[in-house]
Design a protein around this ligand. Structure first.
Ligand code: ZN
Length: 248
């Protein structure tokens, strides 16, 4: 378990005190695990424990917005739901080449591990490798401990494979779903700015438009950026471009 708080110097501390935040984090982690063990019966032939686990995706907020005090913002499943619908909006130039039903299913499971590990964002100080390790472990728990004995484990294996395909990002379908992940963020960014009448500046998220791969999805991103410029201009302000912000 990574604990970046350990790096903070505490001149007044006894040798054990710098470890306290880590111990506290460990205790919280163990508490979550033991609560889950009670809540979600493992190795049963019923999918019900898994159905209940999915509730956590409905109740866990996406973390990126919380820095901006959007406390009552979208949940992880809100984000995945809109993404799955957006994959169904693929223009013919994309849908003729890809398995859109697979993209739709990938979108709706791609952040499932966050049900237990939470939404770890780039500003959390947790390495990509550690994030990936925690999420992989969680998907193994969900797909094996909770779903391994249901229907011969087939449904669990299916979800596990879809999640891994998104993680590996090697297939054309996974590339499209990654692009859609970024579009969903951009749409939500403008919506939160609109809601605040441009009091809230979320422009630091615009950089994701530059890493979108497909031309068709890039065109959607450009439309969103233009929509944002219009929104800010209507509010009597100037929308700053992506280059004006530090990358988040
Ligand atoms: Zn996502």
């Amino acid at each position: 378990m990574v604990c970046h708080e350990q790096a903070i110097a505490r001149p007044y501390a006894t040798p054990l005190l710098p470890l306290m935040p880590c111990i506290r984090t460990l205790l919280i982690y163990l508490k979550v695990l033991s609560e889950n063990a009670l809540k979600y019966a493992e190795n049963t032939d019923s999918p019900l424990p898994f159905f209940h686990l999915l509730e956590r995706l409905k109740t866990t907020k996406r973390a990126g917005w919380q820095r901006f005090k959007i406390g009552d913002g979208e949940s992880i499943s809100d984000h995945m739901y809109r993404m799955s619908i957006l994959t169904m909006m693929a223009p013919a130039s994309i849908s003729s080449k890809l398995d859109i039903a697979r993209c739709c299913r990938m979108a709706v499971v791609h952040d499932m591990a966050e049900a237990l590990v939470g939404d770890i964002t780039p500003v959390d100080g947790i390495s990509k490798e550690e994030k990936s390790r925690r999420e992989t472990e969680t998907m193994d728990y969900i797909c094996t401990n909770l779903l391994g004995k249901f229907n011969g484990g087939l449904n669990g294996q299916d979800i596990r494979a879809l999640w891994q395909e998104y993680e590996d990002s090697k297939t054309a379908e996974s590339h499209f779903v990654h692009d859609i992940d970024k579009i969903e963020l951009l749409v939500q960014m403008v919506e939160y700015e609109r809601e605040s009448k441009c009091e809230r500046d979320l422009g630091e998220f615009q950089w994701v438009a530059d890493v979108i791969k497909s031309e068709e999805v890039k065109a959607w991103a450009q439309q969103i950026i233009r929509e944002r410029e219009q929104l800010w201009s209507d509010a009597g302000k100037i929308a700053k471009p992506a280059s004006a912000y530090k990358k988040s």
